[in-house]
Design a protein around this ligand. Structure first.
Ligand SMILES: NC(=O)c1ccc[n+]([C@@H]2O[C@H](COP(=O)([O-])OP(=O)(O)OC[C@H]3O[C@@H](n4cnc5c(N)ncnc54)[C@H](OP(=O)(O)O)[C@@H]3O)[C@@H](O)[C@H]2O)c1
Length: 347
């Protein structure tokens, strides 16, 4: 089978096949065997590129697998074969899931319990982008911060993969959503989703813009801060938080880990949530399972929509990584592996 293999640490945006490129397509990679009676082999339709996949090939992610490895986490596809004891799934069923590694390939093997059925009517390619981005934001906002209708949610990096999912989940929960991003195209898209206020960091001061909005609406401050960015924008955002606010520490796309002053957290009764979604699989698998089931039901009802801004083949993976690196993405970047699943080379 074909698989994208990371042979050395380096810049994944370099053209594939060049001497210094860390990644290459292996056309005769071994097909993963059914490893237990309850395992299922899935023919991958599409797999999403997350910022973490980019950091992992660069050697800057917290999980550092031994080389060589096949990167990739969330995916969707069609069941190809099943073990003797599989009860719920049959060949031809449409599923999505996530793995620690290995989804940038034509075939993956997972245990039946880790596969989620993609409801009829939901786009199979788009479903490959649901688990990590929407799963992270759902666990953060619904399970951890327990976001309530009418609360003010401030989302940083709001047009990116996790940010855009947080914006949509915030709207489903009935929150007042403030979205922060950079550039007219991203801001227009966020406005089209019906967010309550947008801040364009390329030409606006976040403090002035948000304070003006809150005053006009008779609101005191921000109740939940969703932060996948860190750095200066996070530091500024803390000045907007209400007494009793929840801070969701999601990631550091700016490259700068923010400092949250404990003395101010004490005085203002803030709750700081560090959130590593993937670790729920080990420590709270039921939370993760319930969360993905609820998200798939929301997808089927049209309450959330997966926005794919770029889609590439395995052979164009360097372009997919470049879209992430250059901050061009609105929503998700996909690697579409089985074109019969209805995908185009570039959307
Ligand atoms: N905790 C978890 O379990 C978990 C799960 C998934 C993701 N994450 C983390 O969340 C972060 C975002 O992931 P993602 O997949 O949403 O990435 P993404 O799609 O690339 O979005 C990142 C956003 O951050 C903003 N940004 C600000 N400064 C940036 C910089 N210097 N370089 C790149 N982007 C910058 C960009 O928005 P503008 O250009 O509009 O400013 C961009 O839209 C990453 O750090 C990732 O590791 C954590």
């Amino acid at each position: 089978m074909e698989a994208l293999v990371c042979q050395k640490i380096g810049d994944p945006t370099l053209p594939l096949g060049g001497g210094s490129a860390p990644i290459a397509v292996d056309r005769s990679h071994p097909v993963p065997p059914l490893s237990s009676p309850t395992s299922v082999r899935v023919r991958v339709a599409a797999t999403s590129l997350n910022y973490a996949n980019y950091l992992q090939v660069l050697g800057k992610y917290q999980e550092k697998p031994p080389l060589p490895f096949v990167p990739g986490s969330d995916y969707s596809g069609v069941v190809e074969s099943v073990g003797d004891k599989v009860e719920r799934l049959r060949p031809g069923d449409r599923v999505c899931s996530f793995a620690a590694l290995g989804s940038f390939a034509q075939l993956v093997v997972a245990d039946e319990k880790d596969l989620f059925s993609v409801p009829d009517g939901c786009d199979l390619v788009a479903a490959g982008a649901l688990p990590v981005a929407f799963g992270t934001s759902h666990v953060a906002l619904v399970h951890r911060a327990q976001l309530k209708p009418g609360q003010v949610l401030l989302v940083l990096g709001a047009a990116g993969g996790v940010g855009l999912s947080a914006v949509q989940i915030g709207k489903v929960c009935g929150a007042v959503v403030i979205a922060v991003a950079r550039g007219t195209e991203k801001l227009q898209f966020l406005q089209s989703l019906g967010v309550d206020h947008v801040v364009d960091l390329s030409n606006e001061n976040i403090l002035e813009s948000v304070k003006r909005f809150l005053k006009a609406k008779g609101l005191k401050g921000v109740d939940v801060l969703y932060d996948p960015v860190g750095g200066k924008v996070m530091k500024d955002s803390m000045k907007l938080l209400n007494w009793g606010a929840n801070i969701l520490v999601i990631g550091f796309a700016s490259g700068e880990v923010p400092v949250i002053p404990a003395n101010i957290a004490l005085v203002k009764n803030w709750t700081v949530h560090g959130l590593y979604w993937g670790s729920y699989k080990i420590h709270r698998p039921k939370v993760l399972e319930d969360s993905l089931k609820e998200l798939l039901s929301w997808l089927a009802k049209g309450l959330i929509k997966i926005q794919i801004s770029h889609a590439y083949s395995l052979y164009e993976a360097n372009l997919a990584f470049a879209a992430i690196k250059e901050r061009k993405v609105i929503g998700k970047v996909m690697l579409v592996i089985d074109s019969s699943a209805g995908a185009r080379s570039k959307l």
